[in-house]
Structures are given as C-alpha cells and as structure tokens.
Ligand binder design. Structure first.
Ligand SMILES: C[S@@+](CC[C@H](N)C(=O)[O-])C[C@H]1O[C@@H](n2cnc3c(N)ncnc32)[C@H](O)[C@@H]1O
Length: 342
C-alpha cells in the first residue's frame, strides 16, 4: 500500500529539507531521526507538551497518568530484584522521561538513589541498578520495507514530490542496517506487505545492557513477536500521533507529530540473552502487575473511598485488557553478580 503524498501545511525541519535535497531522498529511519530528534526543530527536542491527557498534547502514557503507575513499578522492581533490602542497594535509573517528569514523582521508595536520563543525556548505568523505561524504545527511528513479488524486499524512503509535498519512494538499494538483517526477512509473503523494523531501538537497548552493571531491567512498551509482525500486520505498525489521533500517514507535518511503531520483542529478548541477562520475560502489562505488584493493587482496591475514585480509575486504565492492560507489555530480566562488559 503506497503512502499518500503529503502536502506540508506546517514548516518542516530545515535539516530534513536539506538532507532530502542533498541526496534526492532519505530512508524512513533518517526521516524520523530528523523529524523527531533534530536538535532545533525535532518533535522531541522542542519545548512543548507532548504527553498527557490535555487537549494540546498528542498522546498519553501510563506514566503521565500519575502516581499509581509509579507505585506499581516500585513494587514490581522489588519483586524482580528479590527483596526490599536488595532494592535499597540499587540505583533506580529511569530512561526516556519527558522533561521535568519522572515515574517516581510523589512515590515513596527506598532505592539508594534515583537517576533520570532524558534525551541528550549519556546513558551510563551505575554498578548496581534497576533500569526502568516506559515507552522509551518506541520513540526510536525505524526502517520500513515492502515486499515486491518480483524484486523481493525493497526499502521505502521519502523524497520531495515538489516544493510543498513529500512522497514515499522505493530506495535504489537497502540501507546497511536493513541489509544486516536481510537474512531474517521472510523469503516470500503477500505483495505489498510492509514491515517496520526497529533496528535503532535494539541498538539503543544494547548500548545500555552491554555495560557491566548488574541488577534488573524493566521496560514497558507496545511490541509484537517477529512471527506476528511478519504475518499478521500487512500494513506495518508505524503510526503518527497528533492531538490524540492516530494517523497512518507518517509524512504529514514532520517535526509536529509523534512517529512510532511496535517493537519486535524477539530482538529485545535476544539482546538481553546475549548480554548475560536471565529470567527474561515478556508479559502483558496486566498480568505482569498482577503477579509482581499484587499488594499495591490490593491496597488501592481496599482503600477506595467511593465507587470509582481517581486511583481505582487509573488502575483500571493500566490493567484492563480493553485499555492498556493488553496493548502494553512488560519486558523484564535480571543480571545477578558482577559481570564484565561482554
Ligand atoms: C513516548 S515518550 C515517553 C515519555 C515518558 N517515558 C512517558 O512514559 O510518559 C518517549 C521519550 O523517550 C525519550 N527519548 C528518546 N530518545 C532518547 C534517548 N536517546 N535518550 C533518552 N531519552 C530518549 C524522548 O525524549 C521522550 O521523552
């Protein structure tokens, strides 16, 4: 399915126009890298409200709903690491928080220290840590490939149709990151099948877990297995979000809307396996918290004052299968003892 041409009705980052002019086209990953992270005009670099339930924001997350998520995360982190005493020896490191926010805001905990690493920070992890992230990895640029029954997998990219219009094109050849995983793509599939490949997110995770810290890793995000991505989502999972509306047209107003796609959990699990992590699990958000944070859930349910107070409503939003409970998954793993950089 060809993406419709997109008229630019808001200024696009100058660096994007330059990159397309210089080369004639850019890959989707390069397009997203500039649209999302250009230091001046990228969506995530600008000082604006992106995340939350207000009308000016574009999407909300579990973290933006308030303290309940933080309380569940603290309980689950203690469960993962083994005990409250062990948790007290750990630095709690959050990666990918929005400016001025942290998942532990207003939440009681006894971690040794807390560190919040945001866009632009060096992702350096202390020796003993619980590393946490919510919807961090889905923000990374992704490559987009499309199956052609005569030519095989082709990589898609972006060019200017004219001065005011972006268009999707087929690149003359696969970029090196896609070439590197070419062998994993299915030999054949239906004509026009689109796959969004989260290669950059896998590299970002690797940069964090290849460091020699030990402790626990816990991230929440939306993802699919490789089997699901290659068989059940023929139009790809890439989406744009603007003012709480999901949009399939990724080319619309670069720099002004969030661009994201589902992670491939298999790639993430392999990365953790290769770097010495154990007990690696991918669970639905609901079942993860039911198993690992049951006392907090009980406490909220027992202390509710009226039929559905604020905390109970948030809990329902986080756990109900029709809300975030099923759509989001938790990836968790532990790495005991002191390990050298693999
Ligand atoms: C979808 S938002 C999620 C924000 C927040 N964690 C939440 O759940 O509300 C993605 C976040 O990842 C951050 N991010 C993207 N790349 C990053 C990087 N390389 N290092 C740190 N943070 C990054 C963005 O700045 C943004 O705050």
């Amino acid at each position: 399915m060809q993406m419709e041409n997109s008229r630019l009705d808001q200024a696009m980052p100058q660096a994007l126009r330059q990159a397309i002019t210089d080369k004639g086209h850019v890959s989707y990953a390069e397009f997203i890298r500039i649209a999302a992270f250009d230091p001046e005009e990228g969506y995530y670099s600008k000082a604006k409200t992106r995340v939350g339930q207000s009308v000016e924001s574009d999407f909300y997350t579990a973290e933006s709903l308030g303290e309940v998520f933080g309380r569940l995360v603290v309980a689950a982190s203690i469960d993962l690491i083994g005990s409250e005493t062990e948790a007290q020896e750990c630095s709690f490191v959050e990666i990918g928080a929005e400016p001025g926010r942290s998942v532990l805001d207003g939440v009681e905990h006894h971690f040794k220290e807390t560190l919040t690493l945001r866009l632009g920070d060096v992702l350096e992890i202390p020796d003993t840590a619980i590393v946490f992230a919510n919807e961090w990895l889905d923000a990374y640029p992704f490559h987009r490939v499309c199956f052609d029954s005569e030519k095989g997998w082709q990589e898609l990219g972006v060019a200017m149709a004219n001065e005011e219009c972006l268009e999707e094109i087929t690149l003359p050849k696969l970029t090196p990151p896609v070439q590197a995983i070419r062998g994993r793509l299915p030999e054949t599939t239906s004509e026009g099948y689109v796959l969004d490949l989260t290669v950059d997110a896998t590299h970002a995770l690797r940069e964090v877990v290849r460091q020699s810290w030990h402790g626990a890793f816990l991230c929440f995000d939306y993802g699919k297995t490789w089997e699901e991505l290659t068989h059940a989502h023929p139009s790809g999972t890439g989406r744009a979000y603007f003012r709480h509306q999901a949009e399939k047209n990724l080319l619309k107003n670069p720099g002004h809307q969030d661009l994201t796609c589902h992670l491939c959990w298999d790639f993430m699990v392999e990365t953790l396996q290769e770097t010495g992590f154990k007990n690696i699990q991918v669970d639905r958000q609901e079942s993860f918290f039911m198993h690992r944070a049951a006392p907090v859930i009980r406490d909220i349910m027992q202390n509710k004052r009226t039929g559905l107070d604020g905390d109970t409503q948030t809990l329902m939003e986080l756990l109900h299968p029709a809300r975030m409970g099923d759509a989001f998954q938790a990836l968790c793993a532990v790495r005991p003892g002191t390990l050298r950089d693999p």
